[in-house]
Design a protein around this ligand. Structure first.
Ligand SMILES: [Zn+2]
Length: 395
């Protein structure tokens, strides 16, 4: 090609980021395939030395094997790279397959292809991103899991002082996942997600914190719900932390109580055992509505006074019918956790943070649709909501 134009080989080499001893030997367009396939052949200079993957010592090739990688589409064509990759015989590490500069060890995709796929998966459901790049969602999940795990491994949690935790399920009522957030981070707050719920999750978080430059004794506050398993585990794993019960969870237990009373009452009415329908539901609802009055207290003292009034007033006024037992249980829970609930008035952390998690959980479920299990759900929660600035950096 004249006039200083670039050789097509150089264009492809540039796109691959090829460097010595690797160079492009040829290209072939397969028009039998739909979409057409562009195949690039990469070879190493004869007699070249290759770095040992363990110690980087330059070694001679021992033997070769041919591998193929899927690369970024070249315009509308699917693009593949084939190369004969040597094994070297390192005096210290023995016979090892060398790592090629365009792909990570063990992957059948080039780094540029994986980078494009990860960027797409941040913007759309994983199944859609997989269709777009022309691979199965199972393979895209494997790529995502690799990069997310590596970026999560590099998280520095040395500055974590206040933690919020909540549980979610990848499917309704199944496969619980417990998620921990840094209460001081407004954006991308998720720092740990683990399968299960309860005691073991808190211990797992403590271990994770320790292995990521965190210090459990410097965690001064933990915001959570009133689950006895969590609370017991927090006392042993984070002995210095003040525990704050999130207001959102107080409202939640009364919402559940109203619902249970309403269902029980509807059954009774259906059996025509009651003359005046709806009295129990109304009583349960009044209890829930009174929470608003507590929430608007200005000081911890005022909150304590209102909670005491609430428990006494609602509790003594409640009809003894068994139908109202869910409300009695909810009142008992509030009585047990009064101090932790009042902690909210002393805390500088907004309880909007934990409520915000619900939006993240919903988005993550939608992104993982079609291939959702505990592992994929956790991967996508991290991808959407964890501070992972380095996820693509080393590609
Ligand atoms: Zn070596």
């Amino acid at each position: 090609m004249g006039g200083g134009g670039m050789d097509p080989k150089d264009v492809f080499s540039l796109g691959l980021g090829l460097n010595e001893p690797w160079k492009l030997a040829g290209h072939r367009l397969d028009v039998e395939k739909r979409p057409h396939e562009l195949h690039l052949e990469v070879v190493a200079d004869r007699g070249a030395l290759f770095p040992c993957p363990d110690c980087k010592r330059a070694c001679k090739a021992h033997d070769f094997e041919s591998f193929t990688w899927r690369h970024l589409n070249f315009f509308q064509h699917h693009c593949f790279i084939t190369a004969r990759v040597p094994r070297i015989d390192c005096p210290d590490h023995g016979v090892k397959r060398v790592t090629v500069p365009w792909a990570r060890a063990g992957s059948r995709f080039t780094l540029l292809f994986e980078q494009a796929a990860v960027i797409l998966a941040r913007e759309m459901p994983v199944a859609a991103a997989a269709r777009f790049v022309g691979i199965t969602d199972k393979r895209l999940w494997r790529v995502l899991q690799h990069y997310v795990a590596r970026a999560v491994g590099a998280l520095d949690l040395g500055s974590v002082r206040a933690v919020g935790l909540d549980e979610t399920a990848s499917k309704r009522g199944h496969n619980y996942v417990t998620v921990f957030i840094d209460m001081d981070r407004a954006d991308k707050p998720v720092i740990f997600a683990t399968p299960g719920k309860g005691k073991a999750c808190v211990a797992a978080f403590r271990a994770f914190l320790l292995s990521h430059r965190g210090e459990p004794t410097r965690v001064a506050e933990v915001v959570c719900d009133m689950s006895p398993a969590f609370l017991a585990a927090l006392a042993t794993s984070f002995p210095k932390a003040a525990v704050t019960v999130d207001w959102f969870h107080v409202v939640q237990i009364f919402t559940t109580a109203v619902d249970q009373v309403r269902k029980a009452e509807a059954r009774r009415i259906a059996l025509a055992e009651l003359e005046t329908g709806g009295f129990a539901t109304a009583a349960a609802y009044r209890a829930k509505e009174m929470l608003r009055w507590i929430r608007h207290a200005d000081t911890p003292q005022a909150a304590r006074w209102r909670i005491t009034r609430f428990i006494n007033h609602i509790g003594t006024g409640l009809d003894p019918t068994a139908m109202l037992d869910p409300v009695r249980r909810a009142l008992g829970t509030v009585a047990t956790h009064t101090e932790r609930i009042i902690q909210r008035w002393k805390s500088s952390h907004s309880n909007a943070r934990l409520e915000g998690l619900n939006g993240i959980f919903q988005a993550a479920r939608a992104r993982a649709r079609g291939y959702r299990n505990t592992a994929t759900y956790i991967t996508i929660i991290y991808l959407l909501a964890a501070p992972l600035p380095d996820i693509l950096k080393s590609i």
